[in-house]
Design a protein. Structure first.
Length: 427
């Protein structure tokens, strides 16, 4: 590896562990490491365990490369995971995780009374609700997000966040500030972190971190992001109209837009990434519907006998039960998986077509809400491996399907580190 170009480091702290990658200026991943959280703690709410997992994953990565060529570091964390800290970063209470509801429902009601409808601070797992939960604790310096806290271990600063993690805490990404209405909920402004755009330089590594990892003292730590945004960036999508479909248990679609999209009736809000916006929605259709009808091996076998170039003529909307979130917002929306063809292969084909139809409708919904025209799709998740389903989706969606550069969120964090390193003239 050339010392002139150097490399950056991306770290992902996920629900089960940490992963780190080293990426060249050309975007090539040249080393990686991982560590399971369970190896260090039997409690996923243990911040010490988070840090030990990050430290182990990073050490494994650095062992494969010339550490002297490191230029920048970026960390992503689970969206909405928060903890109160002292000025030195010491946790003052057990964190509330991304999926933990705020213990006091009255707090959620207070937010609902004052937050604008399009704010991402609404909901039982609200980041703002977690701030309000923690702020009465004695000695609180800041209430920060998981990625903020981990980045603080590299800078010594525990009062800085990024625009993506701060969104659910009430941050206004359009005005780029903490809004005035937060005070009406009782939130203490002095406990909120300073917010920087994702990928913006925060500071160079602290002497302690440089010594601990053998890093050069000029290595830059840049503002991080959420795990979801990092996963999107990892794919290589980088222009308005570029989209990523995740075919997992459910169907999730995300698209880069040149303008923010907010549609609370669909659970739709936008993360700011540079001068672009990442908007998306989640449907209740997806792999769970397939699994309810066929075993994995049976799906693979039947797919071999399906002609993806022809259409069944059936208009399925595959759901496990009534209720849809996006692209239709209707808790009573009924599944359509009838009439069932006599042949299993034809039934499977109709479900494939139905999910592809929902995917097409989802992107049409984004366009109707103001997004750019869909220009490309990259696909992640288990469904991406089924060639027959992919061919049906290509026919239904009629846009280029592009190669995914990586499905590792750590690679997305590394791409933000590249951005920050270039901004600082380090690459």
């Amino acid at each position: 590896m050339s010392g002139a170009s150097g490399f950056v480091l991306g770290i992902d702290m996920g629900t089960s562990g940490a992963r780190a990658v080293a990426m060249t200026a050309a975007g090539e991943v040249v080393a990686s490491g991982s560590a399971k959280l369970a190896a260090f703690s039997d409690n996923h709410r243990d911040p010490v365990g988070w840090w030990k997992a990050v430290r182990a994953a990073l050490a494994e990565t650095l062992a494969e490369i010339e550490v002297a060529h490191a230029r920048a570091i970026c960390i992503d964390g689970t969206s909405g995971t928060m903890l109160p800290v002292a000025a030195d970063g010491a946790p003052l209470a057990t964190p509330l995780m991304y999926n933990d509801p705020v213990p006091d429902s009255a707090i959620i009601e207070r937010i609902a009374a004052h937050a604008p409808e399009e704010s991402a601070a609404h909901g039982a797992t609200s980041g703002l609700g977690k701030l309000l939960t923690f702020q009465p604790l004695p000695g609180v310096f800041r209430v920060i997000h998981q990625a903020d806290w981990l980045a603080g271990h590299f800078t010594g600063l525990y009062d800085v966040s990024d625009e993506n993690n701060a969104l659910k805490t009430g941050y206004d990404p359009v005005a780029r500030k903490w809004p005035d209405w937060l005070a009406r909920t009782g939130a203490r402004a002095d406990l909120l972190p300073d917010v920087l755009p994702a990928g913006s330089p925060i500071a160079t590594v602290s002497p302690a971190a440089a010594e601990a990892f053998g890093l050069p003292s000029e290595v830059l730590v840049v503002a991080g992001t959420t795990d979801g945004c990092a996963s999107f960036l990892a794919t290589g999508a980088d222009r308005p109209g570029d989209a990523v479909s995740a075919l997992g248990t459910t169907l999730t679609v995300k698209m880069l837009s040149d303008k923010p999209l907010f549609a609370p009736q669909y659970g739709l809000y936008s993360h700011r990434i540079g001068d672009m916006w990442l908007a998306g929605g989640a449907s209740n259709t997806g792999g769970a519907v397939l699994a309810a009808h066929f075993e994995t091996g049976r799906i693979a076998a039947l797919s071999e006998s399906i002609d993806p170039a022809t259409d069944t003529g059936l208009d399925f909307y595959p759901l496990l039960k009534p209720g849809e979130r996006f692209p239709v917002a209707d808790p009573a929306f009924l599944p359509r998986v009838e009439p069932r063809p006599a042949e299993d292969a034809e039934f499977l084909k109709a479900i494939f077509e139905g999910i592809a139809g929902v995917e097409r409708l989802a992107y049409e919904r984004l366009v109707s809400l103001g997004s750019p025209a869909l220009r490309s799709i990259r696909t992640v998740g288990g469904g991406a491996k089924n060639a027959t389903w992919t061919a049906i989706r290509k026919r239904k969606l009629a846009v280029p399907f592009l190669r995914v550069l990586s499905e590792e969120a750590a690679a997305g964090a590394a791409r933000l580190a590249l951005s920050g390193a270039r901004e600082a003239g380090l690459l």
